[in-house]
Every structure is written in structure tokens, then in C-alpha cells.
Design a protein around this ligand. Sequence first.
Ligand SMILES: [Zn+2]
Ligand SMILES: [Zn+2]
Ligand SMILES: [Zn+2]
Length: 344
Amino acid sequence: MKAFACPVCRSLVFFENDRCFTCDTELGYSRADAALVAVDRSGLTRCANRVVALCNWLTDPDRNGGLCDCCALTRTRPADDDPAGLAAFALTEAAKRRLVYQLDHLGLPTTPRTEDPDRGLAFDLLSSENEPVTTGHADGVITIDMAEGDDPHREALRIKLAEPYRTLLGHLRHEIGHWYWYVLIEGTPYLDRFRDLFGDEREDYAEALQKHYAKDPDETGWEGTHVSNYAASHPWEDWAETFAHYLHIRDTSETAAAWGLHTDGPDLDLSLSWDAQLDVDPVEEPDSFDELARSWIALKMVLNQLNRSMGSDDLYPFTLTPVVLDKLRFAHVVISSYRPDAAT
Ligand SMILES: [Zn+2]
Ligand SMILES: [Zn+2]
Ligand SMILES: [Zn+2]
């Protein structure tokens, strides 16, 4: 994410701010400007979720019943008389704003279900403290178990599932990755290359998952070919994991660059191999991925070492093998090449 500046005094402000700590100007995020703007000069009003979800985005008051575009994507949320639910809701919406900011930045669509009732996006933000909830995606509807906003609960799950990393933002990036499979790959010339890299997604999903969970993680044999153990369960999960990692890598690399952190790193020969014969001309050349990957591998080493210096776990506890890098490169190409008029 880029670094933001107050539009009035040019002091540093953050994506989450609703005022400038230097000049006290009331600020809000304008999606059209991708910037924090002075509320009273914007012609916009604060999102109706300002109090309930601590939303600092602005909106046209005539749109979405006073909700900003990001909050309006949420179809189900806790009731006003559920304080614990509302606290989790605020955490989840904060992660979702970061997600939507990045999707906008990458030029990806976020078509709401109100515009496309069959395949548009909607979020059901539920809590397994009240009812059984499975985080997942189905035809544009993303369900998030907000109980995972609670650190001890999420950490217990992470340990139980033997995962090195588990966050709300990671869940959001993964689940929306399933939706982008429809948008970016299904019915496009990229589908054959997808199947070469990730496998045939027509494989029975429920059966594949059942088989995956029956295996000991140490026996899955995913290292080397998949970014995580879960990615090895089915080609769709491999794609969603890869998509999420691509967003992690892009966002963190851009944040580092915005703050002037440059890493040349050790001299690495990644031997990247892109041999796909695509039937379409990607707007962005696959080669531009090499630069991103090289600087990321150096950067993640630095970030991991910094965390170790603080006695914390590695920031990015994943190994990017040549096969995984090829999958990430595929994500880079399909995302960079997306143009709305080419959508199916
Ligand atoms: Zn200011
Ligand atoms: Zn909002
Ligand atoms: Zn998934």
C-alpha cells in the first residue's frame, strides 16, 4: 500500500485515519481518488458504518443507503444489539477495506451482487460463536467466520491445522480468489495454461477435500509444488492460495517501496521458467514478474530476519519454489492483463 499524505498540510497520515493528527482536518477515504481527502471539501459524506464498523470511507449519500462501496458489499452482518459481534465486524471490515483498496489498485472488478444477482460479490459476515459457520466462497458469496478476529481462537485453529500463517486479511484474499477464478480464467484462453499448472479443476471437489483431510500433512508431499499444504487439496484451492499469496506479495512489496525500503538482497538465480505459449497477448509481459519475485525473495528474507530479531515468528513463513513461482507468475499475468471489456 502507498503512503498517504494529509491533503491540507501534507503530513503523513494512514489509510485507517479519520483525521490529520497534525492539522486536525477531518479526513475520509475517497475511493474515486484512492486518497484520504478533507471531508468538508469532498462533496461526500461519511459512510453510515462509521460508528458501527469504524469505517473511514466516504460515499455519495444517495448511493447504497449511505454506505460506502466497500461496506455495501456486506450482505449479512451482526445485529445492532450484539456488541461482541459488532467488535468482530469492525475488525473484519477493516481487513476488507484493505482488500478492496488493493483490488481497485490492481484494476480488478468488485461487481456487487446488487448489480449481478447470479455471480456478483456479497459478503456474509457471521460468527461461529452464534451458529455453525464455514468460511468459504460460493458463486460470489463470501462467508467469513468473524470469530477468527479473536486472536486466541484463530491461533488455536492455526496450530490445529498446522498452518504457518492465518489472518482475517489472508482469509479474505483467499476467498475472493475463488471468485476471480470465474472472472479471470473460466472461459478464457488462460484455462489450458491454468490446467497445466494447477491441475484439472473438474476433479470432484468434495471428494478431493475429503481425501486431503484424511492425509497426514507430512505425507501430502505438497512442498515443492504448492505454496501451502491446503493448496494441494484441489486445483481451485491451489489457485485461491496462489492468488492470496500474490496479493500478500504485491501489497507488502509496494508498502516497502512506498516507505523507501529497498533490498538488493543476496544475488539469487531463481531460474524462473515461463514457457507457456499463450493464445493471448498479456498486457503486462510475464518478464515483469521476475523483478517482483526477485525483490520479494530478498525482502521477505529481510522481513523474516527483522521479526526474528524481535523474537517473533517469520513474517512470511513460506518457501517459493520454481513451480510455485510459475503459478504466481500466472496470477500476475492474468491479473495484469485484465480489462473490463474483455470480461466474460
Ligand atoms: Zn493535515
Ligand atoms: Zn464503509
Ligand atoms: Zn478456498
